[in-house]
Write a protein that binds this ligand. Sequence first.
Ligand code: ZN
Length: 372
Amino acid sequence: MYQNKRFYIPTKIYFETGITDRLKDILKDENFKRALLICDSFFEENGTAEEIKNKNDAVLDIFSDFTPNPMLSKVEKASKLLKELDADCVIALGGGSCLDLAKFASAYRYADGKIQDYFFGKKKFEKHIPLIAIPTTAGTGSEVTCVSVCNDDISGIKSPLNDEKFYPYISIVDPRLTLSVPPFVTATTGLDAMAHALEAYWCCAHRDITDTFAVASLKSIFGSLEQAYSDTKRQNIEARREMSKGSLFAGLAFSQTKTAAVHACSYPLSSNFYLSHGEACAFTLDLFLLENAKFDKRIETLAKELGFVNVDEMASKIKYFKKKFKLKTTLADLGCKDSKKLAEECLAHPLYNNNPVKHSVEELAALLEELK
Ligand SMILES: [Zn+2]
């Protein structure tokens, strides 16, 4: 398909430390007058949401009634509020879950029928309210992708939905917002961004433009993740800036290519063993780095470009990060006794087809068992 070679993103991107102070100007320039602020409850509790509302007349109300891994029932609730307010814009301030919920709600606001019909792809969205995405973590890249990951209350299924209506209209990336992120979240979201960049680089759908963003992203992330994690005084804005840039560039890359086996495995790992998305991605990241490098010789060159002697050293660095950040690294850590069943679930995910190397159930189960 020739479309698979294009690079398309309809989002206006602002990337600058302190740029969120200009939200009022942005709303004015865009002529938005009736906005709903959707934010993580943390920002409502610490007064940030109220402060934004007070400074911006266009912000009519605040919605924060959702948890990480947002449920479709909460998407419905936010959509209902958008309808009641007759909102002309949605502002999403928070981590990946907040942005994902806001994307779905801004499109479902105009939809009719059951939300599950859209979630499972039986129906397509036709319209949406413009979304201003303001990420507060450096990791998901959700501010520049058209993916929304939600949970269906009825079936319990967690799944990503791709829809071009989900692209934010504006993305405001302000590294300053990530200063207050706790170390564990800095670590896991940072490794998620690393997984986005690596998978965009080696997946079947990679192309020259996405490779360029992926490599730039990896340079930023490998060069600053540890400093951002150790920034307990919350003042290393340079490391935070590099992480935000790395996350944004990784988002730009995988928004076009999608991800591959690491993300395919992350879904069963998250739902069966309650790992956060970033920790679930980190779990197999070094495994697939080594596996895919056997097939794709560009990965050896990439490792050298990033300053490693070879791919093995690069994989060791990822393992080092996982230990340093106290993440789960083995099946025993997870309490997983049936590696074959886990491998089957991983291989069943469609994203595995985007991985350059395919595995049988037995092969993948053996690789998972070897994780140290
Ligand atoms: Zn991810």
